[in-house]
Design a protein around this ligand. Sequence first.
Ligand code: PLP
Length: 399
Amino acid sequence: MPHQRLSARASAITESSTLAIDAKAKALKAAGESVIGFGAGEPDFPTPQHIVEAAAEAARHPLYHKYTPAPGLPELRAAIATKTKRDSGLDVTAQQVLVSNGGKHALFNAFLSVIDPGDEVLVPAPYWVSYPEMIKLADGVVVELPTTEETGFQVTIDQLDAAVTERTKMLLFVSPSNPTGAVYPQHQVEAIGRWAAERGIWVITDEIYEHLVYGDTRFSSMPVLVPELADRCIVINGVAKTYAMTGWRVGWMIAPVDVVKVATSLQSHATSNVSNVAQAAALAAVTGDLSAVAEMREAFDRRRQTMHKLLNDIPGVSSYEPQGAFYCFPSFKELLGTTIRGQRVESAHQLAEIVLEEVKVAMVPGEGFGAPGYARLSYALGDDDLIEGLTRIGDLLSE
Ligand code: PLP
C-alpha cells in the first residue's frame, strides 16, 4: 500500500469558507475596484500610542532580544492576573496564566490539553469558524447545537440536556459571540455554568470580546458566577480586540494549574514564548487604563445601530440586533430561490459572490459558521464606508 501523501488529520480540515470571497475581494481591489469589505474581524483603529511606544522601547533593549520563559514574561502573567480581577472579578494567580500567540493559539492549547480521541465537545452554532477545526485536530467530536434568532442565538438548558452523553467532555461557550453578536444575560451564564459544573463537564469560555458590549447589556464571566466550575474552566482572552492589537499576536488562557502545566509543555515544543517585544506591548496594554476601548466602543455602537437599521430596511433581509462584539449576522433566507441580475441564488455563499461581483461589497457567507442562509458583516470599519457598502447591497437587492 503506498502511503497517503498528506496526513489524514490535516487533510480533514475544511478550507475556510471565507477564503474564496476574501481572495476575490483582494483581487478586485488590486485591479483598482472600489471594494467595501465587511469581512475583517478586526478593529479599524490603530493600536494606542503608549502601547506602541512601550514596544519600541523594549525593542531597543537587548533583554528583549532573548527568549522569555515559555509561558510568558513573569510580570506579564502577573499583570494579566491583576487585569482579570479588575475587569471580570475573577481571582487568579500568575501561575494560572499561559501567554500564547493570540487567543487562537490559547484555544488550540486548551483543546489539545483536555480532549482525548472521541471526546464530545458541545458547540453552539452559529460558531466562530476555527472552533470545530481545532476540536477535530484534537481528535474530538464536534456536537453542534443549532440556535436561531428566536432564542437570541443563545443555547438553552433543554438543548444541552438533549445533547449530553457519557462521552461529553466539554462545552464551548462564547459571549459576546462571533459571529452573532449575542450576549448571554447573567442568569443564563450562571445556569449554563451550573449545568456543566453539576455534570463535571469542562467549559472553555471565550471572553475575547468582554469589553465590547452595548446599551444596557452587561458582560458576565462564567467562573465568577459559578465558582464551583473553577476546577474545570478555561478562560480565553487576549489583547487583539480590546486594544486594537490583532497583529501583535498576544492572547492567553486562564486555567487550573495542571492545565497550564501541560499546555506550557505543549507550547514549549511548538512555539516557545510569544515574541518578547509583543509581550512588552501587551504589558503596557493590560496595565494601562481602558480609555481607548471606551472610545472604540462608542464608535462601534454608533455603527452597530446604523448597520442594524440599514440591513433591516433591505427587503428580504432580517437582522437580529447584536448586543456585543462587532458583527451583524442577518438572515438572507427570504432571498434564497430568487434571481438577482439573472443569477439564481440558492445559498448565502452564492449571494455573497453575486454581491461582490455586482456591487463590489464583501461579506462572509454563513455556511462556514454553521448557519446557512445567513452572512456576517463586521461593523469595524469607517462610518462612510459602512453606509456606502450597505447602500450598494440595498440597491442591488431592491432592483
Ligand atoms: N475568539 C473569537 C471569538 C474571535 O473572534 C477571535 C478572533 O477573531 C479569537 C478568539 C482569536 O483572536 P486572536 O487570535 O487574534 O487573539
